[in-house]
Write a protein that binds this ligand. Structure first.
Ligand code: PEP
Length: 250
């Protein structure tokens, strides 16, 4: 198996005001040091803080990204932000297809794929989120759902450099619940096999993050599972101490 550089990523969702930049500053300092050669870090604050956050991190390995982008480059789309605009503010990554976007904004796989393509066109890394609902989990459909979402929301020309997969069981997001280690291992092994089938070498090297109630107390166990190449962290990414504790698991 190839050497993969894990990614520890934070999604602030609709949380954070200017005062919260103190946390980003603390993270940007905290990730300096030899571990940063081994582990990549990223925070996705609300778009209002993106530009200032990137300015705070110019001398830090902490990358800054956005939580969503529009599929078009510009135009009459009131309230939306393009991938180019994110890149223009020195953002380097964008999350697409988060379950809250899929639910709250009825986003579906084809749109999410277009957003990932827009991200790539703007030279951003797309973090494509997939994951089964509680009902799908309970009725044993997890792997079917993952296959369908991977096939339909990841662009055909995705590479290990420009695309990251985030597996987030919807029922584990913000609930404090996590799948068993066995379930995480099975899901990640399945996604790895699917990615290798479709993308060959690129699929073998593409990072697959786990997301859903990751916190300092369970990070060691979850990040130790094979084919888990990092985490996408919601609640526990708001505080520098928690985020850095998870990073230091590596
Ligand atoms: C998320 O929003 O991607 C997430 C995983 O949230 P939490 O860590 O709070 O469950």
């Amino acid at each position: 198996t190839p050497e993969i550089r894990p990614l520890v990523a934070g999604n602030w969702k609709m949380n954070g005001v200017r005062a919260s930049l103190d946390q980003i500053k603390a993270m940007s300092e905290g990730v300096k040091g030899p571990l940063s050669a081994k582990v990549e870090t990223l925070i996705c604050p609300p778009i209002t803080l993106l530009y200032v956050a990137t300015a705070l991190c110019t001398d830090s390995p902490l990358a800054i990204g956005a939580q969503d982008c529009h599929e078009k480059t510009a135009g009459a789309h009131t309230g939306n932000v393009s991938a180019e605009m994110i890149a223009d503010c020195f953002g380097t990554h964008v999350i697409v297809g988060h379950s809250e976007r899929r639910t709250d904004h009825r986003e579906e796989d084809a749109l999410i794929r277009s957003k990932a393509e827009a991200a790539h066109d703007a030279d951003l890394v797309a973090i494509v989120c997939i994951g089964e609902s509680e009902e799908q989990h309970k009725s044993g459909q997890t792997l079917d759902v993952l296959k369908r979402q991977l096939d339909a929301s990841v662009p055909d020309d995705a590479t290990a450099e420009d695309t990251v997969i985030a597996y987030e069981p919807v029922w584990a997001i913000g609930t404090g619940l996590t799948p068993t280690v066995q379930d995480v291992e099975e899901a990640h092994a399945f996604m790895r096999a699917e990615l290798v089938k479709r993308f060959g070498d690129e699929g073998a090297r593409m990072r697959i993050l786990y997301g859903g109630s990751v916190k300092p107390s369970n990070a060691r166990e979850l990040l130790g599972v094979s084919n888990v190449d990092g985490a996408l962290i919601g609640g526990a990414s708001l505080k520098a101490d928690d985020f850095l504790a998870i990073y230091r698991v590596y």
